[in-house]
Design a protein around this ligand. Sequence first.
Ligand code: ATP
Length: 343
Amino acid sequence: MDSPQLNKVFINKEEQHEEVTMNGLQLNGVSRSFGNHTVLHSMDLGVQPGEIVGFIGGNGAGKTTTMRLILGLLAADTGEITWDGRPITSADRRKIGYMPEERGLYPQMPIREQIIHFALLEGNSTKAARGIADDLIASLGLQGREKTLVQDLSLGNQQRVQLAVALVGNPNLLVLDEPFSGLDPTAVATMGSLLQEQAAQGVGVLFSSHQLDLVEKLCDRVCILDKGHVVASGSISELKRENQSRWNFCFSRSAESFAAEAELVEGVSVQLNQENRREVLVSLDHGDGDIPPNVLAAAWRLGSLRGIEPVQRSLEELLNEKYISAGRGKARETAENLETAGV
Ligand SMILES: Nc1ncnc2c1ncn2[C@@H]1O[C@H](COP(=O)(O)OP(=O)(O)OP(=O)(O)O)[C@@H](O)[C@H]1O
């Protein structure tokens, strides 16, 4: 989905020095090291109210560290974290619902009791905490399971309880570390709808995931992290438009000779449609750009060109083809990183 609030997209970290996010959460130039290992390098990230931002990166890219910085569980070495344009306070942080990677539910506690426990920790009275638990149990579809121990729930329902716990403080922002991991397709769909419902109510959502199809489906924007560097950030549609590098050439007769000729052009991959040999998919091997003149000339030479349609890449293709094999400085590291992550 496209965010109407979004008016700027950034592609290369090297070209990126500002990001337009006036409301909600903003990280500006945040760095963090452990000993002499710099885990985050001058990172910028924003989450506006009501938008869902996908946080992508291989294992060890720095996603969890970023989330801990947002929550105030770790301190940044440099840079600033703001809420609504001013330095974030502990009161702002109390309005952030967090689903940590290590989860943190009590396996042997019934789920209603568990949610009440966390609601009490938020400073609610016992009566209010019970009300909050009952409301969350109803809205997350956990009715009938109030007395079930967490350890006896399916993973999907455990994640729902985890989300309930993140929601007890009626948060303005949800920060969720891999909320979809280990879920079956039904539970994934439920979790996705729950996040969309929260966003529709104005809650900003930042979640990390290695499931790129999900990120593509749910998110207004993405932030792609590679070894602590933001390598791309922006709306998915903008990201795709900015990376236009694939076209379908349609002819009114067989395009085999065009395909053969275009294949000789350096830096281009060509695929003749085997089911309709009048169509040829032409892709740039590296980066984005215009159709190479030699390819266009070959198409004109064939003399029966009916049209050229841009074909957008999926987020997964973009990552694999652009950010991994583009030959940029960190491309190889990115490839290894994402491969390790199973992306
Ligand atoms: N407390 C710590 N002390 C030392 N190093 C740490 C600490 N926390 C994280 N790191 C290191 O920081 C790097 C980033 O880790 P982080 O957990 O933020 O990555 P991630 O993107 O969340 O990875 P994953 O997808 O595997 O969860 C890793 O190299 C990790 O070993």
